[in-house]
Design a protein around this ligand. Sequence first.
Ligand SMILES: *Cc1c(COP(=O)(O)O)cnc(C)c1O
Length: 220
Amino acid sequence: MGKIAENISSIKATLPSGVTLVAVSKFHPTEAILEAYNSGQRIFGESRVQELVAKHATLPQDIEWQMIGHLQTNKVRAIVPFISLIQSVDSARLSECINREAERVGRTIDILLEIRVAQEESKSGWEYPELLDFLHRGAVAEMKNLRVRGVMGMATNTDDEARIRADFEQLAQYKKELAPMFDASFDTLSMGMSDDYALAVECGSTMVRVGSSIFGVREY
Ligand SMILES: *Cc1c(COP(=O)(O)O)cnc(C)c1O
């Protein structure tokens, strides 16, 4: 078994059965993705549209591609025909744009609502009160080509485990509060990355997004 396959297998061994592993392959070459694919991994996350579109075109067609990075509305059209989940929906404008593009190609797109809980101002995501305003306006119910599957977020970038835990608990709480506004398909709590996925799972994560612990350190 190659190193990447080994990493996937040991991470999977630690995950409870209801937790989905998203292999975050951004900045890693297609050969690395193929090694993961050949070991059985089918769900991959990318953060840049251009790279995502190029990889989708060359890699096996049964890969489920997810968008996990900040998405500009002028890039939505390029991924809507094939994307399986957009995790990083953080504005009304982006939601409307995805819905419109999805309708154009006759698809319904699964999305997550990215909520900011981290201390850093730089982190993306809805401010929770603004998200509530948006949902209370009832606009999402009108977006027939979107299916809201749940919530995504990132913890503060720190070594302080109590801080990270508090962020994850906050996200879990938001997901619980929002659930009554949706149907049973609102089932996903995407949180946890290489350094903190075990803690995220303890706090109720159903989807972890792991990059460097699978593929090694990225070269930016
Ligand atoms: C890059 C990235 C990850 C993976 O990070 P690692 O620390 O390499 O596991 C997870 N989620 C998002 C949103 C990312 O941008």
